[in-house]
Write a protein that binds this ligand. Structure first.
Ligand code: ZN
Ligand code: ZN
Ligand code: ZN
Length: 149
């Protein structure tokens, strides 16, 4: 490597990518960007990057959901596509504020849970029960109806 250290290499890459971008080329592969919606990447690279991040999200989600039991604690739903992590004490928004991120949830939450070695206070719920619980005073309507309809 003709570079003194990692930093120099990073700088080289940065300059190199800038150069490509300024020339209207994809910063990853150097091909003309064409009609790409991205400012930095050609359509092909953009697709690849999106796909990779989707796969990564799916993988980490599966890991976290599995660690928390792998099914909805209320109705037993097991399809990953329906499942989400639920704050047992309904303190999702407090948690979000504490972490100081408005985009808290989804990928970031999964990542955090994994890093914290799956702390207590969370459970797996399907979107259905999760939503039911949030509009039914914290109890899924499967369990107990809080309102008269
Ligand atoms: Zn490209
Ligand atoms: Zn459910
Ligand atoms: Zn339910």
């Amino acid at each position: 490597m003709p570079f003194r250290d990692k930093e120099e290499y990073a700088k080289y890459q940065r300059d190199y990518r800038w150069k490509r971008m300024n020339e209207g080329l994809c910063y990853l592969c150097g091909h003309p960007k064409g009609e790409s919606k991205s400012k930095w990447m050609c359509t092909d690279c953009l697709k690849k990057v999106n796909q990779r991040s989707q796969e990564w999200t799916k993988r980490i989600k599966k890991e976290v959901i599995t660690a928390y039991g792998g099914k909805c604690v209320c109705c037993g739903e097991t399809s990953l596509g329906f499942l989400t992590i639920d704050h047992i004490n309904n303190d999702g928004s407090i948690h979000r504020r504490k972490m100081g991120r408005r985009d808290w949830g989804g990928k970031i939450l999964y990542q955090w849970l994994r890093k914290q070695n799956y702390p207590t206070g969370f459970q797996v719920m399907c979107f259905n029960c999760n939503l039911g619980r949030s509009i039914n005073k914290g109890v899924c309507p499967h369990k107990e109806m809080q309102y008269e309809f």
